[in-house]
Design a protein around this ligand. Structure first.
Ligand SMILES: [Zn+2]
Ligand SMILES: [Zn+2]
Length: 602
């Protein structure tokens, strides 16, 4: 993987004699996998030179296609887009990804900066074919690159990205502020919410990190949404990162000052005998990462699908608020209304527990102001009272004491430390709600997808009428397992189609929502005892809507040549256990289906 910097400045472009070495253009990084997948991370003013370089180096008559990942839509991360040369050429195709907001999508936000008051060409007038993708926190892949996204701590909805390809990993974290100011000096070992942030970059070969301020400057910059260089170093130290490149340099920082920061950090790391390589990112700098393919695995801590469509229903869930401080309550209420979300106030502790037991909230916000109110204890009680099978609601503790946010515990999903601005509260509420709204993972395509599909098509079985040998098996399965639904499901390119269907009123569903697509992806059996307890399926449309699947068991239909074309599966509307003996029987029934298919094949 090759990484090249085209813009390293934060906030505003700062060309001039004092910034010649580290550069004056705002954020833009080019990432290329060995196989040629091109990702542009942020497109600040640095994107202008990158665009021209891409066009000048293009091979004769070949389109210049790529993917652009935007961390957030503050100016210094998007101002290069209207000047990005490849988007002025018709045969080019660009996919643009960025954090999804509640009130407006990425495309509308990007169109805003190209409104005629600001720019002569509208977003619609780009000659290239552009696709816009709204992202939430989670995982997805672009060609050969595995990507995980994570919400950062910034006064706009902002995603950090981690890329895994060619056996190496790189994380891009701009713009981000420590959750607890206690860590800004870099002296303390990272704990609490910041520890969870550190897990995002754990073990990375390279971290590109916001380092706009120094620890000394930070006291006057709390709440501005940026890191100190010392914090970036501490996070990377504690997370076992191999190399750190500081970026998003403050516009007032000249080259000599950046040199001093870096040499101070290196000296400290030498004294502490820490093996972490630290440099400041500079415009034009290129880094080659060589890894071992075995190490390249997606971040296991991330289970969500980042490109999940957020259902309107899950965003309409109200926020449950339990606060005493008057100004805090007012700000939060304004923020929740600003995000167009309904809100419910709990009167007292008993009311809080009762309400949360009755209804699924998008997020619960509880004030923590000991000794008058112990939010931690309340959160614990709320967790304990959560109904079995219910999706865990994010619990956020608001406090005016910073000490709390640095305490390690896993009860609170997040902390909000007062004083906070209205826009900051809105951003956080939006992020929590989106986070809780995306418990659904689509299955990736299996490696043999192309050959698998062609084998399936050659069978000539898709869209044929019902046949007794198949229907007999689903009938027996449903009866033997006392399950309302049993299917012979064939997984086609973008749908699953049911050759035999016991108990379901539809003949096919989309592949995105298909449980069986997960069986096909792994070519392995799958049992989901309780869908609502499973982050891969809790928000699946077949779980949240008809037929309200709570239990799934599927055995792969793997032909003799190894192609997995579908499943014999069971659905139930109740959670249930599935024993080894049960699975053995499902396998036997599955073999009857396979025999029938193979028999027809010859
Ligand atoms: Zn920025
Ligand atoms: Zn920003």
């Amino acid at each position: 993987m090759r990484i090249q910097f085209w813009g390293t400045r934060g906030s505003i472009a700062k060309p001039g004699p004092t910034t010649t070495r580290y550069g004056g253009n705002t954020s833009c990084v080019e990432i290329r996998s060995d196989s040629g997948t091109l990702i542009v991370v942020d497109c600040g003013t640095g994107g202008h030179s990158l665009g021209h370089q891409l066009m000048s180096q293009r091979k004769r008559n070949l389109p210049v296609n790529g993917h652009m990942l935007i961390s957030h839509t503050h100016w210094d991360h998007i101002q290069g887009i209207p000047f990005f040369a490849p988007m002025f050429v018709q045969e080019n195709t660009w996919n643009i990804y960025g954090p999804k907001g509640l009130s407006q999508n990425l495309r509308t936000t990007l169109a805003g900066q190209m409104d005629h008051s600001y720019f002569p060409i509208a977003l619609d007038q780009f000659a290239s074919t552009n696709h816009y993708h709204d992202l939430v926190e989670g995982a997805f892949s672009i060609d050969d690159i595995q990507i995980t996204s994570r919400y950062l701590n910034h006064p706009a909805l902002t995603l950090g990205y981690r890329f895994e390809v060619d056996g190496a990993s790189v994380a891009y974290c701009c713009d981000h502020e420590p959750h607890s100011a206690a860590f800004a000096s870099g002296e303390l070992r990272i704990t609490g919410v910041d520890r969870r942030y550190a897990e995002f970059v754990e073990g990375a070969d390279l971290v590109i990190h916001d380092a706009q301020y120094t620890a000394l400057e930070y006291a006057a910059k709390v709440g501005w949404g940026h890191s100190t260089a010392e914090y970036a170093v501490r996070v990377c130290r504690d997370a076992g990162v191999k190399r750190l490149l500081l970026t998003h340099h403050d516009p007032l920082r000249d080259d000599a000052a950046i040199d001093r920061i870096v040499s101070g950090i290196r000296e400290r790391l030498r004294d502490d005998k820490v093996d972490l390589k630290v440099d400041a990112a500079a415009e034009g700098m290129a880094v080659e990462l060589r890894g071992t393919p075995a190490v390249s695995a997606p971040n296991p801590k991330v289970q969500f699908q980042a490109r999940t469509a957020i259902s309107a229903a899950s965003m309409a869930r109200p926020v449950l608020l339990y606060t005493i401080d008057k100004s805090m309550t007012e700000t939060l209420a304004l923020a929740i209304r600003g995000e167009s979300m309904p809100m419910v106030n709990a009167r007292d502790q008993a009311d809080l527990l009762k309400l949360s037991a009755e209804e699924q909230f998008s997020v619960v916000i509880i004030e923590h102001s000991p000794p008058a109110r112990d939010g931690l204890e309340l959160a614990l009680a709320l967790r304990a009272s959560e109904a079995e099978g219910r999706v865990q609601v994010p619990i956020v503790l608001v406090t005016s004491g910073d000490h709390a946010a640095s305490q390690a515990n896993n009860i609170a999903t997040d902390w909000l430390v007062a004083p906070f601005s209205l826009s900051y509260a809105r951003t956080k509420i939006r992020a929590w709600a989106l986070r809780s709204a995306s418990r659904w993972i689509r299955a990736d395509l299996p490696k043999d997808e192309a050959s698998r599909v062609s084998v399936l098509r050659e069978l000539g079985i898709l869209d044929t009428g019902p046949e007794e040998p198949f229907d007999r098996v689903t009938r027996i399965a449903a009866t033997a397992f006392n399950a309302p639904i049993s299917l012979v499901s064939l997984v086609d390119t973008d749908r699953q189609w049911f050759k035999s269907n016991f108990g379901l009123s539809t003949s096919e569903t989309s592949r995105d929502s298909a449980f069986c697509a997960h069986v096909v992806q792994k070519n392995d059996e799958l049992v989901v005892s309780d869908t609502l307890q499973d982050d891969r399926f809790a928000d699946n449309p077949l779980v949240q809507g008809q037929p309200h699947v709570r239990f799934y068991a599927g055995a792969p239909l793997t032909l003799r040549d190894g192609s997995c074309i579908g499943t014999l599966c069971l659905f139930d509307t109740r959670p249930r256990e599935f024993t080894h003996e049960d699975m053995q029987m499902l396998r036997d029934l599955r073999d009857l289906v396979l025999d029938e298919i193979e028999r027809k094949r010859v």
